[in-house]
Ligand binder design. Sequence first.
Ligand code: C2E
Ligand code: CA
Ligand code: CA
Ligand code: CA
Length: 270
Amino acid sequence: AKSEGPGKIKVFRPFMLQKLQESRTLEHDLAMALANKEFVVYYQPIVDSFTREIYSYEALIRWIHPLKGLLSPDTFVPAAEKTGMINEMGKYVLEIACREAATWAVPAKISVNVSPIQLSSKAFAGIVLSILEESGLSADRLELEVTESSLFTENDTPLKTLNKLRARGVQISIDDFGTGYSSLSRLSKLAFDKIKIDKSFVHSISTQDDALNIIRLITGMAKSLNMKAVAEGVETQEQLERLQALGCDLAQGYLFGKPQPGIAGRIRNG
Ligand code: C2E
Ligand code: CA
Ligand code: CA
Ligand code: CA
């Protein structure tokens, strides 16, 4: 625009003010929502691909907005990451999820998503360990889902943090595998426990040879590195059968169960 040329005065247009107000309101809203306990944790099963036995539940945050209703994380997690609010929000999810899992009659694991922002904080390992202690959940029942981008950084805190937690028995999954830029050398610095195959590949497994070949590659790589492969977004029996044929150990998706609030009554003790 003309107004942005050299020597020109930068015009502050009304739409800019509107953008600024929108982001300020969202930041304020997120803080209020946390204080008012408007965030709830939903749980979705991850099952053994062959026996369908429940292996874990993934904790997925939802915002029950007083005016807008149920909001999915894609609408507010990015803003929470931008403002740093994700640290508090993530701690809240960890607390709720670990406390909930500690009451289950079955020893299924609990899988919790961790933002790269949380992982780059030096305080994170201590937070996780104190939540485990406070909830009474044993470390080997907690699994952290981290994305490749967490490790695609010069900062060595994420890797140190994950290695430290893993030494205490916490399991680590790489989420959305295949969509990021992780170098194999960086991945090999950390012995992960699981690789989650992004649902975009799973959805194309029956229609695109490329997707099938990528999944074959990832499951083969997981096997040779002694990790488990987890397919997310499994919706049909046909997808499941193809995944079984490739030796994919674990599966998650609407075929087995959608994310649901609290699992009280179904698997809670008593
Ligand atoms: P994700 O970790 O890759 O989670 C998988 C997403 O796929 C979830 O979306 C889940 O509801 C959805 N999904 C599961 N099965 C199926 C299926 O069969 N078909 C289809 N189409 N989708 C399926 P959701 O719950 O909307 O979460 C979106 C993303 O938000 C998550 O992707 C994760 O990156 C982020 N997220 C969720 N909860 C948290 C959290 O507590 N902390 C952080 N940092 N991120 C979170
Ligand atoms: Ca995840
Ligand atoms: Ca994922
Ligand atoms: Ca995702």
